[in-house]
Structures are given as C-alpha cells and as structure tokens.
Design a protein around this ligand. Structure first.
Ligand code: GLS
Length: 814
C-alpha cells in the first residue's frame, strides 16, 4: 500500500488531521492509535469484501463457530503482524518519533471471555483465517467484558470493564442485517393444508444488530468475519410505549431491559448459574446467528434441503446448544419443512465440543423457566426428548435407569449436554485424556449408543500471537536458525532439535530469556515498586483461580519454604520469584480467600530482609490477554498442577512451553500430551493419576484428617494458617484450613509431598544451566503440535469437511 516512508507519513498525518483535526504534535497517543487502526482497516477493506464475495460465489462449505465468549484481546499488533507490515510500520513510526508498542497499549483489551474457553475461540479464529478456511465466529457484543480486577488491601475487588467507552476501532455496525428475536408470549397451532402452522403471540421482540470484526489471515489475503450481536429495542415498540401511554420512564425501563441482554458477560468460568438473563443471552445468540445464516444461504443457494452440505455450525460447549431446537424451528415454522426433513438437516449441521467434566459446569435449565421464556423452543425440545427416549426404549427395552440418565428432559430440567449430543453429528473432547473420560465415564451411555459421533481434538494456541508477536527476539532467533517456515508450518519447529548440543545457540536462547525477564522485572518495578531478581527462577502460576487448579497447594509450599528459610537463612536454594495472576468469580468465596492468602504471603515475604531476597511473591492484578503476552516470554517454570482428571485440556500450558518454560505438572489435560512430546527429561511430572483420583471419588474420597494427624510437617504447616502467625485476623484463613482437613476434595494434601519433591527437582535442574537451556529448547521444538493450526486442520478435515478457499488467486496480498 505504501511504497516508502514519505507515502506512509503523508497518509498517517492526513488521517490524524481528518479524524481528530490535529497535527502530529497536538495528537495524543490515543489519537495516533485510532488513526493507525483506521489505516489498517482501510488496508484490508478490499480483501474483506473480496473474501466474502468469493465465498458466496465459490459455494464452498461455510463454517460458523458459535461461542458465548471470544477473548480476543487487543487487535492492532496482531493485525499488523498478520498483514505483514508490522516491522516496516514500526520503523516508519519511529522515524516520526512514535513508539508502536505505546500505541498498541492504547487499545482496550477486548475481554469478552472468562479464560481458556473464550481464548481458545479467539485462537481458532486466527488459525481459520490463516489456513484460508471459510469459517466465521458468531458471538455476543457485550457492552461490559470480564470485570477489571483490582487488589485492595490484599482482596480482589471487581470493577466494570467498560471497554467500549471510546468505541471499538475494528467493528462495523451492519444495521441492515439486523434480525428479530422473540421471547415469551404464547404459541398456538392450527392445521392448514394438512400441515401444522405455529403462531407466536404477545412475544417480546428484540432487535439483534450485528457488529462485524475482520479476522485477518497471516499474509494470505483472507479476511474472515467475527460477527457479534448487540440487543436493541425495535424502534417502533419504544416510541409507541413512550408516546401512546405517556409513560416515558416505563419506556426507558423497557429499553434497558432489552439492552441488558447484551450488557454484560457472566464472570463465571467452568461454572453454570441458572439465571434467566443468561438463558436469554444464549437464545439471543443462536437465534440471531442462525437467522442470518439461513437468510444468507437462501440468497445464494437453491434448496434449503442442501443446507447441511453447505453449512457446518459448531457449538463451543453447551452454551449455544439451543441452536438445535432453533434451527428446527426455523426450518419447520419459517421454511415449511416437515419434522423429519428438519431433523435430518439439523443433526447433520451441528457439531459440539465439550470443554469440561466438572459437574457444576454442566448446564441444566428448569423446565418452567424455559417453557415461559422460549415456548416454541421448549415444545421442540419436548418432542425431541419424546422421540429420543422412545428410540432408546427400542434399543434398551426395560432399562429405565439408563434411559432416565440419558433423557434430554429429566427431573424437571432440560439437560443441555444431552441435547447437544443428541442433536449433533460430532462430539469432541479437547485433549486425549478428556475425551477418554467422556467416553468411559461422564458420557459412557451416550458413547455406547453413538460411538461414531465421539472424537478427540486436542486444543491448540495460535503461535502467531503467542510466539511471533509476544516474543519477537525468540521468534527472530528461530527464523534466523531454521528459516521462517515454522510460521506457516509450526511443526517445523522440531528442526530446532538439531541445536540441542550447540552451545552458541543455547546461550542465545538463555540471553533472550534473560532479557525478557529483565524487561518484565522493570515493568513490575514501575507498576508495583517491587524489585525482583532477574536471575531468580520465575515460577509462574497464571490462570483462573479455582480450587481444582490448586493455587492453594502452591501457596502452601511457599509458606513452608519461607518458614524453612527463616529457620535457616543459609538454606541452599536458587532464588525464586513466585508470580501469580488470575481472576476469581465474584461469588466464589474460597477462591477469593486464596487470593488473600497469596497477597498476605507476598506482603510478609517481600518485606522480610532476613531472607536476603531469596524469595519474592507477586500477585499481578487484572490478568488479561495483554498481561499474558508479557508474562509467558519471561517464565522459567510453568505451574500446571490441577487435580488429575479435572482440567479438560488447559492452553496456558502450551503458551508457556512454546516460550521455553519448563512445566511442573500433573498428568492432567494436555499436560499428558506435552509429556508425550518432550519425554521424561524435559518436564517434571508428579502426583496422583486421573485413575487414582477417580478411584478415590468412587470410594467416597479419602480421609485428609488422618493424613494430617500422621504427618507432623503437614500439621505444622496447616496450623500456620490459623494460629495467628500470619498478619491477618485469626479466622481469616479458617475456611481454607477447613476445606483441606475436612474433605480436601481436590487432593491438595494428598499430592503435597510429591509436589514439594518435584519443586526440589526443578531447583536442582535449574542449577545446571546448560541442561536447563536444553530443556527449554526441547519444549520450544516440540510445541508445534500445540499450534491451533494443527487443531483447526483436524476440525476442518475430521468434523466440518471444509476446504481452504484461496483468496490470493483473485487478489494481490492486500
Ligand atoms: C475450559 C477448560 O477448563 C480448560 O481446561 C480448557 O483448556 C478450555 C478450552 O477447551 O475450556 N472449559 C471451561 O469451561 N473453561 C475452560 O477454560
């Protein structure tokens, strides 16, 4: 687009002038950011239009990824990188005295997700566009993203994340593509020409307005779309209420009740809350998404009967599972198909990913709520349930227990996972162990009935954001050593193994880590005023705070190490900086107390000069995609210590590995596959296996109190939580203490000794610098498998049967 600096400069200055009426000298960093973002948008606008046109004309299968969360983070840096102009524009901006990194930091982080599930969806979008697949995202444009976390007096405090307050530079409002979504009311039917026709009266109608965000492929001219829906009042309704009834306040309340549907993201991860507003969000998403897909399909294709051949709809967990009855509704009530025709199409269109086996995350909606909020949808679910149960009856005559355990409606609840399994052609787990647990345990009966539907797709992360962008020095070293092929074929990273014995390469690797750690230490110092030792081990535990992720186990070991160090200040150990970050759901009391424990330890340890700086503890506020991008490149040790069987996959584990950190972890989720890739020598594994954990559960758990009684070390350690030795009110951590000694649901105490031993192994390994560097190299070299490009290729081939569409043939790259 720009042949040289002069041209770039002129365009940039022009943009500043026309958007903000300012010269370069007058413009604020935010003005410059918005000007640059507009330039990027203009740069890709033609490719975006052409990509859509091409998809329509070619008639290739289109895939829509429905997700209640898309944790996309900031887009400017990633977009510049994918377009392929980042380093050039960075240089040109520097010549204007502008630091591109600073401009990138002006962008609000789009936190439209809670954690792993939402970030996975964002990584998938990047891979879909980069692999030239005709796949699009469909989600909700929450006005408020995940809350902003502040730490006040050691406690988490939540603030609203008003990320849209200055507008979003990437979205385009498409009012002409709005659709109507109906809630409540009554449904009745009449027979017309031998067919049942359904009428929906007195419904509350909500206008769903789409906002499109471009998803730019890596240097390939493909620009896909993430469509986010926003709830608005149908204008006439609003005006009528206001003026005819003369009740302006009521009308405003009405407007607010409608808009509240897309107001806020529920801040719970792996946990279901049966709130009506959440149910509204779910239906709003699927109804708006499906209506627009069907409308577009009909415009281009002849018969709706071909729908399943041309469209795949993927549901990211059960939150969008109402896509099943909603597609049935559209096909029958609006397109006039019979039940059987609609059912054939629906079950051949929808594919489902399960992301967790935690019982508290499995969604089930009370029948009465669903019936009154979504009367027609409930009718369809009821009929589906009836047919499914009678189908089961013919397979398992008399086996009531089995049938009850599989029914879609049971005990006055609609079981969303059952609905998703019955109404889809593919069901996948997100790591090998997770899929096996689904097949052998949680969904055993369904697997028995539909063995052909189940498959595994181990998660992945986009190596473009998490290595190429987040860790530019490491990316440069890799490219200079093995060529840029790894960017297109991440499995090519394995070529790095040829440097395993190359002292100069290993040293270069070491230097990069050192620099990243120093940069991070400087940032910490500037933000928190805490000095951390750049040569200490950076031991990092970042993710949602959740009992099963066992931040508490890490905190206990820190407390014990500190106590030992106090007793013996000459204790032989490599200095360590323990870094935590993560949000707790606002109503999750225990998780919030764990944060308080960590911040209390930090306050004590960081201010104790007698331990000579051998330990520091940090709890970084407001974990987000942007913060994560800073942390991963600086990490030495990756804490992946969930109770085996509980973490479906994890994706942070992959980001650490790709940036050369060594995992200390349990045999859980994708840790198992990381272990398979790097081998015993390059990972530190400890603790109970999933089988052992599940055995305990089946036999009523274990008796932690007996363990504590018989282990003086554990007893002494736990006492410290409640005996007043920490500078907090005596009862502050009683709940944590009780949760451990009474039930220890997540086997913290059972795994504790093995964890401490594993940590000592890390200490020992780190002392051997060249051995450690080789471990880092091995982790980077084996991380190619965990690129989401591999994952998405597997989805495209194995589930969607979608083929790449090459846009570059019709267009110069951008
Ligand atoms: C999650 C799982 O807990 C993670 O293990 C998994 O990596 C992620 C993406 O598949 O999905 N499920 C969930 O509800 N939140 C998650 O992060």
């Amino acid at each position: 687009m720009f042949t040289d600096w002069q041209a770039f400069r002129a365009a940039f200055l022009n943009q500043l002038q026309s958007m903000h009426g300012k010269s370069l000298e007058e413009a604020s960093p935010e003005d410059k950011y918005t000007a640059l973002a507009v330039m990027v948008r203009e740069y890709i606008s033609n490719a975006w239009v052409q990509t859509n046109k091409h998809y329509e004309n070619k008639g290739e299968k289109q895939v829509y990824y429905f997700s209640i969360e898309f944790l996309i983070g900031r887009l400017l840096g990633a977009n510049l990188l994918n377009i392929g102009v980042r380093s050039e524009w960075e240089k040109w901006l520097a010549e204007l005295g502008i630091d591109l990194n600073q401009l990138e930091n002006e962008e609000p982080d789009a936190g439209l997700g809670n954690g792993g599930l939402g970030r996975l969806a964002a990584c998938f979008l990047d891979s879909m566009a980069s692999l030239q697949l005709p796949c699009h995202g469909c989600g909700i444009r929450y006005k408020y993203g995940l809350f902003e976390q502040k730490i006040l007096d050691g406690y988490q405090v939540e603030h609203p994340d008003n990320w849209l307050k200055n507008g979003c530079m990437w979205e385009i409002r498409k009012f002409d593509k709005a659709v109507q979504v109906k809630f409540g009311g009554t449904v009745w039917s009449e027979e017309k020409n031998g067919k049942l026709v359904f009428h929906h009266d007195n419904a509350q109608t909500v206008l769903a307005v789409p906002y499109d965000i471009p998803v730019i492929g890596y240097q390939n001219s493909t620009v896909n779309t993430l469509r986010l829906w926003s709830a608005e009042t149908v204008q006439e309704d609003f005006d009528l209420l206001a003026f005819n009834q003369g009740n302006y306040v009521k009308a405003v309340e009405y407007k607010y009740s409608i808009e509240s549907i897309s107001e806020i993201l529920y801040p719970d991860d792996s946990h279901y809350e049966g709130r009506v507003l959440r149910l509204k969000q779910q239906y709003f998403l699927v109804s708006a998404g499906l209506q627009s897909i069907v409308r577009r399909f009909k415009k281009k294709h002849g018969s709706i009967l071909d729908f399943a051949e041309k469209i795949s709809i993927h549901i990211n967990d059960t939150h969008p599972a109402m896509a099943i009855p909603e597609l049935m509704r559209i096909l029958m009530d609006e397109e006039g198909l019979s039940w059987n025709e609609a059912w054939q199409i629906t079950k051949n269109t929808i594919a489902y990913t399960n992301h967790t086996i935690l019982p508290e995350a499995l969604e089930k909606w009370p029948v009465d709520i669903m019936k009154s909020l979504l009367p027609r949808i409930f009718m369809i679910i009821e009929e589906l349930n009836k047919q499914f149960c009678s189908h089961l009856w013919s397979h398992y005559p008399g086996d009531w227990q089995r049938i009850a355990s599989m029914a879609i409606i049971a005990d006055n609840y609609v079981h969303m996972a059952h609905l998703a399994v019955v109404g889809s052609y593919s069901i996948n787990g997100v790591a090998k162990i997770h899929t096996n647990i689904l097949k052998q345990d949680v969904m055993k009966n369904f697997y028995h009935f539909y063995p052909y539907k189940f498959n595994n797709k181990t998660n992945g992360i986009t190596h473009r954001r998490w290595l190429l962008k987040a860790n530019p020095d490491l990316a440069r070293l890799i490219t200079n050593s093995i060529s840029p092929s790894w960017i297109y074929y991440p499995q090519y990273l394995s070529t790095l193994l040829r440097y395993s014995e190359d002292a100069a390469f290993l040293e270069a690797l070491d230097k990069i880590k050192e620099t990243n750690k120093m940069n991070f230490a400087n940032w910490v110092h500037n933000k928190y005023g805490i000095t951390i030792d750049g040569s200490s081990i950076f031991d990092v535990h970042v993710k949602r705070i959740h009992a099963y992720k066992r931040q508490l186990m890490n905190a206990l070991r820190i407390l014990e190490l500190y106590t030992r160090l106090k007793e013996n200040p000459n204790l032989e150990m490599v200095p360590r900086t323990f870094i935590f970050a993560g949000k707790a759901a606002p109503g999750y009391f225990l998780a919030k107390r764990v944060i308080k424990l960590i911040t209390t330890l930090a306050a004590v340890i960081n201010n104790d000069s007698t331990i000579q700086g051998k330990m520091k503890v940090l709890f970084l506020e407001n974990y987000s995609v942007s913060l994560a991008e800073m942390i991963f490149p600086a990490a030495d040790v990756s804490e992946q210590i969930s109770t085996a069987s509980k973490e479906a996959s994890g994706t942070g584990n992959m980001k650490f590995m790709m940036n050369g950190a060594v995992t200390i972890g349990t045999l859980d989720g994708a840790n198992i596959e990381i272990h398979e890739e790097v081998g015993d020598d390059n990972i530190v594994i400890f603790g109970l296996t999933a089988k052992e954990v599940m055995n305990y559960y089946q036999n009523g758990g274990y008796r932690p109190w007996e363990l504590v009684q018989s282990d003086t070390r554990l007893r002494k350690l736990l006492d410290q939580l409640v005996n007043g030795s920490l500078p907090v009110p005596r009862e502050e951590f009683r709940v944590l203490y009780d949760s451990l000694v009474n039930s220890d649901e997540f086997f913290v105490l059972k795994d504790y000794a093995a964890y401490v031993e594993a940590q000592e192994k890390i200490d020992m390994l780190y002392r051997d610098n060249s051995r450690w560097n080789k471990m880092c190299l091995s982790n980077i070299a084996h991380s190619g498998k965990f690129s989401s490009d591999r994952t998405i290729s597997e989805y495209a081939i194995g589930i969607w049967k979608a083929k790449p569409v090459v846009i570059g043939d019709i267009l110069e790259p951008y």
